[in-house]
Design a protein around this ligand. Structure first.
Ligand SMILES: *Cc1c(COP(=O)(O)O)cnc(C)c1O
Length: 214
């Protein structure tokens, strides 16, 4: 499964984030040995524990809701925080990045689904807060991320992906015309990654298809 999927995604220039939450080290190492380097986790403690134990050339993406008091544990090494959803969180990430004398790449998580009410910016609040986020020198805004509604209704998923793509384009034109870094649209999971790519995804987050159900 892994090799054919990776090949397909590579040929479309789509980044594969292997979502390894709840899976043991051995499962990650199996993919690592086949060449996978980008892994995603949604809990800080588990991410840090795996980062300490596993090879240092793994690129770790934080994809879950992030509490402000836990940013400091990720700041020294995290490759990308995909779940930036408030100015307060952005300020903390910026501060912890500066302490570590680095810049942390982030994605703006935007609410597109109907059920995941806890996380993700509403587009209106994002537009309000973005100017200040953009002044923070130690974060690098690389694009947007969205989590679709868990549904078998492909029409719903399609509309959500189109919504995220249109937000991306709108932000690109209004705020990031000068930025080469603002280019990622992280959307698509095991059940809908093909549709996501058709709709413009540049980064898919795939767990159960690679590792089995959780
Ligand atoms: C768990 C998770 C995924 C992967 O889901 P699968 O359906 O197992 O591929 C993707 N994105 C986020 C934010 C997740 O929490």
């Amino acid at each position: 499964m892994y090799s054919s999927l990776k090949q397909t995604l590579d040929s479309q220039a789509v980044t594969l984030v292997a979502v390894s939450k709840t899976k043991p080290h051995s499962a990650l190492m199996e993919l690592y040995d086949k060449g996978q380097r980008v892994f995603g986790e949604n809990r800080v403690q588990e991410l840090v524990e795996k980062q300490e134990a596993l090879p240092k050339d793994i690129e770790w993406h934080m994809i879950g809701a992030l509490q402000k008091n836990k940013v400091k544990y990720l700041a020294p090494f995290v490759t990308m925080i995909q779940s930036l959803d408030s100015l307060a969180l952005a300020r903390i990430i910026n501060k912890e990045a500066a302490k570590n004398e680095r810049t942390i790449p982030v994605l703006l998580q935007i609410k597109i689904g109907t059920e995941d009410s806890k996380s993700g910016y509403s587009i209106d609040l994002l537009k309000t807060e973005l100017p200040e986020i953009m002044t923070l020198g130690n974060i690098n805004i690389c694009g947007v991320m969205g989590i679709g509604t868990f549904t078998h209704d492909e029409e719903v998923t399609l509309m959500e992906f189109r919504t995220l793509k249109s937000y991306f384009s709108e932000l690109k034109e209004s705020a990031f015309t000068e930025s080469e870094n603002f280019k990622e649209i992280s959307m698509g999971m095991s059940g809908d990654y093909q549709l996501a790519i058709e709709e413009g995804s540049t980064m898919v987050r795939i767990g159960s298809l690679l590792f089995g159900s959780r």
